[in-house]
Design a binder for this molecule. Sequence first.
Ligand code: NDP
Length: 401
Amino acid sequence: MAKILCVLYDDPVDGYPPQYARDSIPEIEHYPDGMTTPTPSGIDFKPGALLGSVSGELGLRKFLEDAGHELVVTSDKDGPNSEFEKQLVDADVVISQPFWPAYLTEERIAKAKKLKLAITAGIGSDHVDLQAAIDNDITVAEVTFCNSISVAEHVAMMILALVRNYIPSYQWVIKGGWNIADCVERAYDVEGMHIGTVGAGRIGLAVLKRLKPFDVKLHYTDKHRLPTKVEKELGLTYHPDAESLVKVCDVVTVNAPLHPGTEHMFNDELISRMKRGSYLVNTARGKIADRDAVVRALESGQLAGYAGDVWFPQPAPREHPWRTMPHHGMTPHVSGTTLSAQARYAAGTREILEHFFAGKGLRDEYLIVERGKLAGAGAHAYTAGDSTKGSEKAAEFKKAS
Ligand code: NDP
């Protein structure tokens, strides 16, 4: 019998939904590269249900309890007295979503003597100190591709929202106004703009494909170059590094994982290389941008807008300056947790658990760390190290509420 500790975000303030806006979600069997969507032996939830919050339990309770395991679900994840930290000491498996990350720091890993597996129900395992996972032989796995398209759609939306000044225009309607000049004094078309992505993996490439019909000029930089055929089809300009890309782009989107090689990449220096009035959209990880450099750039006009859904730490403290900086389009971390995405990553989490309990290897594409080293997808996209430093500040959110 194993103890599975699952950290999920809170239910809606009005309670767990009795019904949904739509009756079904589309069935998707393959991702764009041909990889199959998750293949668990079965599921005990209705796709389209809210699974990522505490009462949704990722649809795992029946499956785990029928097999004799213990499932503990909590949203109380930050600080030394949190339920998570109490339950962690004898947990075999930890499951957490990047939207409400249970930070697995070196200190916490040291307390979790039985921990064998950390599953990211989603994509992006930077909330785990990967170096500590490597050193303590903990397998880290994520549900690769489960929400990459969800995020790509969000990026396209945010680019359009910023460039066309959508959010302030919407607010004028709510305020009862008809202030056209106020709405349009910062509104442009994206047509003809140079748009570049830092990272052209599953999300980055999907963003490029979605933007192509807008008749823009597309750019990318990545550790590995895309096939020539893809570059030609999309008319892509490859850049050897982010600096070369940002110099020529009007809009930059970040779609790389957070690891020591990308932490604080968008600092004062790199932002100063961007064209004045550029837009920056970051749905990858908050820490890839230097928090205060972004604020300074928006205040000075170096950036015309910043949008994204990722912060550091999460939840962002009430006084986090990105809540109030000018010309931003921030949301809480939501782009990868649509009801559509939840169905995929809940099924993917179950697939990983089924393989783990059966002693079968996990899909290579799900692996980030295994047997004391970066493995599978992790060996491709990450570098070893720790990006969790400072995560203890997430506890401040609770104190302020
Ligand atoms: P992929 O692994 O498919 O793509 C990441 C890409 O980034 C890879 O092509 C990788 O290169 C590239 N990369 C890594 N380091 C660098 C670097 N220093 N400079 C340029 N490129 C780099 O992952 P996804 O596209 O599916 O997801 C990307 C990230 O987006 C996740 O790691 C996660 O942090 C974030 N995310 C956010 C979500 C949200 O809800 N906001 C949901 C899902 C993901 P290569 O592999 O070629 O070495």
